[in-house]
Each structure stands twice: as structure tokens, then as C-alpha cells.
Design a protein around this ligand. Sequence first.
Ligand code: SF4
Ligand code: SF4
Length: 66
Amino acid sequence: MAVQVDKSLCNGCGICLFQCGAYVFDFSPQEYRALPARNRHCVNCFACVAKCPQRAIAIRLGGRAL
Ligand code: SF4
Ligand code: SF4
């Protein structure tokens, strides 16, 4: 499983950092966006996907984006 943030869509709002109970995301001040820093902690709840206002987050399972 891989959590991916589309750089071109993310506006750095930080909502995903607060939504994710598994603390998968870090914030990059340099890039001003969210980074999926701890993919292996993801519990596949899709809260981040549902709440991202930019629809910038994809969860990939075996190469397929969900
Ligand atoms: S919620 Fe979406 S737009 Fe906001 S920081 Fe996270 S990935 Fe970026
Ligand atoms: S799917 Fe759930 S656990 Fe995984 S990164 Fe998103 S909010 Fe966190």
C-alpha cells in the first residue's frame, strides 16, 4: 500500500495531517505541502482521501489508485 500526494494539486492546507489518526503525513515547509512520510502506518481508512479539498491524495494498492 502506498499513500501518494500529487504535488501539483496539494495546496499545503494541512487537513490531512489532522485527519490521519495514524500520523502518516508530515508537512514540508520547503515544498509547502504534505508528504506521506510513514506509509507503513496507514490503516486504509481513506479519511485523508475524503477530506482533502484538492483531491490530491491517492491510496495505491497493487498499482491501482483508489
Ligand atoms: S489535505 Fe490535500 S491539499 Fe491539504 S495538505 Fe493534505 S494533501 Fe495537501
Ligand atoms: S487512509 Fe487513513 S490511515 Fe491512511 S494515510 Fe489516509 S487517513 Fe491516514
